[in-house]
Design a binder for this molecule. Structure first.
Ligand SMILES: [Zn+2]
Length: 140
């Protein structure tokens, strides 16, 4: 069976794409940048925010590891038996914006502040013939 890859939510990253990018927005008034996209500027309240495709690389600004299964409404396919810990980071996307993301690496020895990372699209769960995909950042 061939699985069709479907993003877990609309308008979070460009997909399908050979070079996917996260979709954020920028306020033309005060230049603030947000991710995910939002209908108005969280700084000045302007309703004129414009879509902005974000850099696919950045650095780890802060990180931790999640060692237990997230509570509802988390909708990953894991059970307490299959769950594996994962890293979570605040990623500075080339100075454009800082965003929270899952990391592909959870080994504290391989994660460091200021470490370089790149955007990857990763499987999240399957639903029939659909593979629901999400994004994460991978140390490079
Ligand atoms: Zn603004």
């Amino acid at each position: 069976m061939v699985l069709t890859s479907v993003p877990f939510a609309e308008d979070v990253f460009t997909w399908p794409s050979d070079n996917p990018q996260l979709i954020g927005c920028r306020c033309p008034e005060c230049k603030a940048v947000f991710f995910p996209m939002q209908p108005s500027c969280g700084v000045c309240g302007s309703l004129e925010v414009e879509q902005l495709l974000l850099p696919t690389t950045g650095t780890i600004w802060a990180w931790t590891t999640q060692e237990f299964l997230p509570k509802a409404p988390y909708a990953g396919g894991e059970t307490p038996e299959t769950f594996k810990g994962f890293g979570v980071g605040v990623i500075d996307l080339e100075g454009v914006v800082r965003i929270e993301s899952r990391l592909t690496e959870s080994d504290p020895d391989k994660l460091k502040f200021g470490g370089k990372v790149e955007l990857v699209i990763v499987p999240f769960r399957t639903e029939g013939d659909k593979e629901i995909v999400s994004f994460a950042f991978k140390p490079v």
